[in-house]
Each structure stands twice: as C-alpha cells, then as structure tokens.
Design a binder for this molecule. Sequence first.
Ligand code: TXE
Length: 480
Amino acid sequence: MKYIENYINGEFCAPASGEYLDNIEPATGNVYSKIPESDKSDLEQAVQAAEKAFPKWSAMSTEDRSRLMHKLADAVEAAGDQLAKAEAIDNGKPVAFAKAVDSYRASANIRFFANACTQFSSESHNMGETGVNYTLRDPIGVVGTISPWNFPLYLFTWKVAPALASGNTVVAKPSEVTPMTAYLFSKICHDVGIPKGVINILHGSGPNIGQLLVEHKKIKAISFTGGTATGKKLAATAAPMFKKLSLELGGKNPTLVFADCDFDRTVNEVVRSAFSNQGQICLCGSRIYIERSIYDKFKHAFIEKVKQLKIGDPLEKATQHGALVSKPHMKKVLSYVELAQQEGGTVLTGGKQVTLDGRCEYGFFVEPTVIEGLTLNCRTNQEEIFGPVCTIQPFDSDEEALSLANGTDYGLATSIWSNNLTRCHSLAKQLDFGIVWINSWLLRDLRTPFGGMKSSGVGREGGEEAMRFFTEPKNVCIKY
Ligand code: TXE
C-alpha cells in the first residue's frame, strides 16, 4: 500500500494526526493508496514555512524565478507518461486522454506563467503638468489553492503556477479524491530545487483541511475550483475576512447547433464536448439545442457516434470512455438518469452502469447517455450532473435558442455551431456566459480570461487576470 505524504518546507511528511483516508482506483473499486488527513498543526507548519520563504522568493528577480519555473515545466513534461498513467489510475480517465490533455496542460501551465512573469507590467496614469501615478503590483504573500478531481494536476498547476510566478508562496490542497499527481508533483518540485517553503502541499478532506485553509488568517487569497455549493461555503467564510477570492464553479452549458453548421464536423465536436473526460468537465456541453429542420438527422448521426465511443479500462490505449471518479459520484449521475425519466425524458442511448470483464469488473463505468423529451425547467436541465449525460431538444429560432441557452442559473461556457457569422457574433454578445466558443469547443489560449458568470463563479483565471489576482495593486501618486 502506497502512503502519500504531505510536502511542507521542502520535506515529505506524514500527517500530524497519523490519520489517513482511503484512495480508491475508480476502474477497479480497490483502495490502492492512503491519503494524509491533515489538520491544524500540519497547516500551521505549512503556513509558517510559506511565510518564511516569502521574502526571498518575492524578492527574486523575475528572470531567475522564470528560469526555475521553466526547469519545473521541463521536469513535468519529462514525467508526462508517468503522470498520465498516475492520473488514469487515480481518476479513471483514459490514459491517452490523460497524456494529451492532463499531462500536456500541466507543463504548459507552468511554462506559460514562467513566461508571463517576465512580461507582466503595470499601469501609469499621467496627470499632465500636475503629476503622475504609477501602479505597483506586488505579490500578496501566502496564498491558498484548492483544486478539484476532474483535472487533478492540470487545475492544480493552473492555480499554483501564476501564484508562484507572481512571487507568492503557496499552501495548496489538491482534491482528496485524486491526490496522486499532486504528490508526484511535490517530488518533482523537490528534485528541481524549488526553494523550501515556496510550495507546500497538504492532503486531506475538503470540510477539514480545506475549510481550515480558507479560515487561516495569514492566507491572504484563495483560488478555488470545485462545486457551486462548496464555492458558496468558501465565500461565506472568506468574505468577512476580506480575503481575495477566485471561484471557478460549475456549469450547465448549452450547445447551439444551427441548420447551416458544418454537419459532420459539428456532430463529432458535439460528441467530444458532451462526453470528454466522461462528461466531468465544467465546460462540457450538456444541454444540446438543435435547429428543428435538422433535428432528426442530427439526432441520429449524434447517437451513432455516441454509441461508437469505446468504453474500457482506462489503462488501455484504445479506451475513449473510462470510469467515473468515485462510487458516490456514479450513483449521483445514475440518479439523474432516473430523475430524467421521471420528469418525462426518454433515454435514446446509454443510461446504465457498465460491468466490464477482468480487472475492471467492479469499476464505476456509466454509458454515455443521451436523453430527449425534456423541457428547460426540469431539474435534469437545470442542475449540474457532471457526468456522461446530455439532453437534446429542438428549437425554431435564434431568439428561442438564446432564451433556452440563458435559462439556467449557470453561466460558464457555451458553443455555437453555425456558418452565419452575423448570427454567431450577435448571439455571442447576448449569451450570459464567461466563454463563448464559435464552431469550436475547448479551444484554449492561456492568455484569455477564463471563468463564469452567475452561479458559475466570481473572477477570472488565465493570463493577465491570474497575475492580477495574485498581486495587490498599489497606486503611487506624485505631484510635480
Ligand atoms: O467538489 P467539491 P466535489 C461539481 C460537480 C460535482 C460537484 C461536487 O457538479 O458533482 O461539484 O464535487 C474542496 N472548504 N464540480 O464534491 O467538494 C475539496 O476537498 C474548503 C465542478 O468533489 O467542491 C476539493 O479539493 N475546501 C468542478 C475541492 O474543494 C473544500 C470540479 C472541490 O471539491 C470544502 C469538481 C470546504 N468546506 C466538481 N469542501 C469544476 N468546476 O470543474 C470541499 N472542499
């Protein structure tokens, strides 16, 4: 049995409590490692280490900091195969997907912010003959990051990299559901010589160590990705303490397919947008609206493609659809399929747990599921399922498509499939989402603002937005 360790002040350590949680492999249902259940005293040590490391790390020239972060990116890239396999075991996602998406993005995130810190600048405001203002953007101090299980290392580094690049020291908490790659990452940080205390990684459950991290008064900012309900709790704790808070929460994303789309390409991409990572991406398009004139044709082509997705052992290269992350999550997803039927929906394909032969016999596999016949206001179309379940529905006009798309509490991402550019731009302007993809999905440029509106979150990540989040602006005003 492998025991994962915390990483505090450059050292690997057991939790002070001596308590561990089980870490389960979703494809088999077996406990395969143990996770520290960290507590207050681990946190205190981590915060002290981060505080001690802050003056030197924040004073380091951006060139030196950038060089060290490039070294870290290189090492993460070199470990790409090992990290992808670890992610596939820990999360249940197909290993080929983990290599192309998770591993790739983990090193890309670090490299991106290693470059960003050398380009980051601040404003000056000229007052003519009276004087001038300039803005200093200094690192905040010790910051906290809390990341989820769907892209464990990808989203972990998406937060940690800008925090470090802008000169902060970090206490990071990965999801207790998928802790392995953050642990491997701590070893890489150690090997490449990230100074001790600059990054500290604490493992453990959200309501315990996660909550303590948010409550700690020396942690000045929290960057969080996770469920909307958890985000609410975090905000309730952090707001009275006036902490900086970035919340990237759930989504219930609409996909708008128009009759003039590039049909074959759209079918393929809509399948990808609904079912990548077993539908466990906050950006997945789970409400698919199709213009009525092509509804039947699209529906049949779409279902054909969905049925072809190869469900299998995440460790097999040919697998396209792996296991869901945990048994409780699988149960939640299946309960929504049941609910959809109670609400009047018809399951066109999928809807059931899959039992595989061999080592994956007890894994948490669910068929890619397509449901028809529901209206906007039912729970299935309003609540985030976060699994391989989507609904399809026809629409008759651009206005109707728009009102269906905007008709939930969420506002993270949407995609429009049409060759009518005027329509695309007009809809993009009116859609209440942080991200609008046109004839594409999950096409990412790391410089762009990333995040959602409404119940999908507060603040934006990525590029300049992240560098600004992790720094405190100070206006200096000079009178001539
Ligand atoms: O997420 P949680 P869960 C959605 C998705 C999913 C639901 C619940 O709908 O079904 O959220 O998933 C930590 N104080 N998303 O329960 O609990 C936790 O340890 C501080 C969307 O796994 O929000 C983990 O590190 N931290 C999402 C992180 O928060 C707390 C990705 C996220 O876990 C805490 C994942 C607390 N009180 C789930 N409670 C996305 N937006 O991509 C938990 N945590």
